[in-house]
Design a protein around this ligand. Structure first.
Ligand code: AMP
Length: 283
């Protein structure tokens, strides 16, 4: 049974009892609409700690007014069943007022690594993410937290935030869970029509081809341009970015061959009304 708690005080009671028993506690922050990718994070968390908390909170602060906060898929009962099926100990499902009391006026800002890519496309996003994640870390007092590489820049931002603020928590990055055809699992895939879902495979396909081109010594600008053209040809609309960046700082690389640098290719593109993101190592 996965217990559901809605207040910080209740969550802390559980954590206090677990820690008194000498148990390590892991946290997996989510926005719900759980899929196999989220559950893979819970399983990794279970390898790192005796107790696992999944938080389920659609965080209004990381959505701009024109974005999909209201439409974002929600289904708490099904989420609770899925968490129970993998043996997650606790679901923390606060309401908006529990997370943001009236007069809430603090924002955690991580400069540098949060600025390009998602930060440029969604200026509000990482302030909202860093603020809610800092709160969740402090609220839960977890020893370890697991985040997906699916949101690669977010993982780097959260690592930097925890380090800079001396929050005593270990951050683990987990591999991206994918559908059989290679599309990264995402709660937002639920927005795709049947035709769009079929076309979406172009994203991981173009990404992989670009990564192979760069890993083989090809030019970064060529790889980015070819991948962008492939997305357009497959029916994608606006391509927010296709970029090969340095893997930890996300600083620019290229336009020529990658040389000795460790690279990561990151993509965000629109298919109809759905914005898809993905990334992979340039090995
Ligand atoms: P979200 O609910 O989409 O905010 O995601 C919650 C956590 O699950 C984040 O750490 C994501 O990176 C992670 N996540 C989302 N999709 C996947 C996936 N396909 N594979 C692995 N982790 C994922």
């Amino acid at each position: 049974m996965t217990s559901i708690v809605r207040t910080v005080a209740e969550m802390r009671e559980h954590v206090r009892a677990w820690k008194a028993a000498g148990q390590r506690v892991a946290l997996v922050p989510t926005m719900g609409a759980l899929h196999e990718g989220h559950l893979s994070l819970i399983r990794i968390a279970q390898e790192k700690a005796q107790r696992v908390i999944a938080s389920v909170f659609v965080n209004p602060k990381q959505f701009a007014p024109h974005e999909d906060f209201d439409a974002y898929p929600r289904g708490e009962a099904i989420d609770a069943e899925k968490l129970a099926s993998v043996g997650c100990d606790l679901m923390f499902a606060p309401n908006g007022a529990e997370m943001y009391a009236p007069g809430f006026s603090t924002t955690v800002t991580v400069s540098g690594v949060s600025e390009p890519l998602e930060g440029a496309a969604r200026p509000q996003f990482f302030g909202g993410v860093a603020t809610v994640v800092a709160k969740l870390f402090i609220q839960s007092q977890a020893d370890v937290a697991v985040f997906g590489e699916k949101d690669y820049q977010q993982l780097q931002v959260v690592k930097r935030m925890a380090r800079d603020l001396d929050i005593p928590i270990e951050i683990i990055g987990a591999p991206t869970a994918r559908a059989e055809d290679g599309l990264a699992l995402s709660s937002r895939n639920a927005y795709l029509s049947t035709e769009e879902r079929a076309a979406a495979v172009a994203l991981p396909t173009a990404m992989k081809a670009a990564a192979v081109h760069v890993a083989a010594g090809g030019r970064i600008d060529e790889a980015e341009q070819t991948a962008t053209a492939a997305l357009k040809a497959a029916g994608f609309g606006q391509v927010d970015y296709v970029e090969v960046r340095e893997a930890s700082e996300l600083s620019r690389l290229g336009p020529g061959p990658i040389g000795e640098a460790r690279g990561r290719i990151l993509i965000a593109a629109w298919l109809g009304k759905t914005r898809l993101i993905d990334n992979m190592d340039v090995g």
